[in-house]
Design a binder for this molecule. Sequence first.
Ligand code: ATP
Ligand code: MG
Length: 337
Amino acid sequence: MRNTPKICVINGDGIGNEVVPETVRVLNELGDFEFIHAHAGYECFKRCGDAIPENTIEIAKESDCILFGSVTTPKPTELKNKSYRSPILTLRKELDLYANIRPTYNFDNLDFVIIRENTEGLYVKKEYYDEKNEVAIAERIISKFGSSRIVKFAFDYAVQNNRKKVSCIHKANVLRVTDGLFLEVFEEMSKHYEKLGIKSDDYLIDATAMYLIRNPQMFDVLVTTNLFGDILSDEAAGLIGGLGMSPSANIGDKNGLFEPVHGSAPDIAGKGISNPIATILSAAMMLDHLKMNKEAEYIRKAVKKTVECKYLTPDLGGNLKTFEVTEKIIESIRSQM
Ligand code: ATP
Ligand code: MG
């Protein structure tokens, strides 16, 4: 028997306080979990001066998975010179969550996954201003280590999730050294996975931005560097029902963090009308990570049915409340078990 998975639950701010408890309700239908609740976010920062207390980081490190809601990014004017670092960035760094996974599916003709390198590239934030020459410069770091582990992750993901092809997205025709290295690592590794039946190819980032709109069916798994992955993931979310439907995962060698793509949506927070599906689908990714694939599939089937039957919150044109959509999903899960 499997040990009970330990899940650190962080609601965060705004609608995180609505969609996360609903998701925990769904998980309780599917198995035994040890839930440990912890604080982080802007409300937490206002209360205790810390966006993510040390204690929360400790709990996250000791857990198998983290279920994360959403946190508000305060405006600089609100901060009055106090420094605020997004708790999600802190967690990514502390837990070395190097792979960001964003699946895009609409339960119909779209089904691909973007795997983005999460720790280097342009987001190492090595920026400086050369006063003398009046030039602003940003470094973009692509390491062999970082490239190898994300490319390996993408191929392993393809093997484990019955995917057929991995595409490397890059700009190696211009950025010959940095993206050249990324592509070289990819091509080298693809030889091994070809033997396991995984195909591979590569496309330029600019062409990919167009293909995602013109012919997204050509993709299966995409692997790319930090900035390109950030942009393509949001483009991909635009192809489906938008923010309320888009799940994501941040994975390291030890832990995994699962969160909806959307933020805390202060405009609708507290009204009980937020769409819980993005967070519930993130929980399905968490179950896959815990090798509870059958239970993950129950969730996805239930969400599919709920959407088909038009049991929807207002963002998708329905008039149901958050808890009513969850009820429908739970009903459907029960009918499958
Ligand atoms: P933040 O600073 O936390 O990112 P935001 O104002 O950018 O907050 P988002 O959560 O990023 O808000 O979402 C943008 C808009 O999309 C929201 O204003 C909200 O109306 C809508 N939205 C996002 N998520 C959901 C959801 N789960 N259910 C319904 N509507 C949503
Ligand atoms: Mg936002």
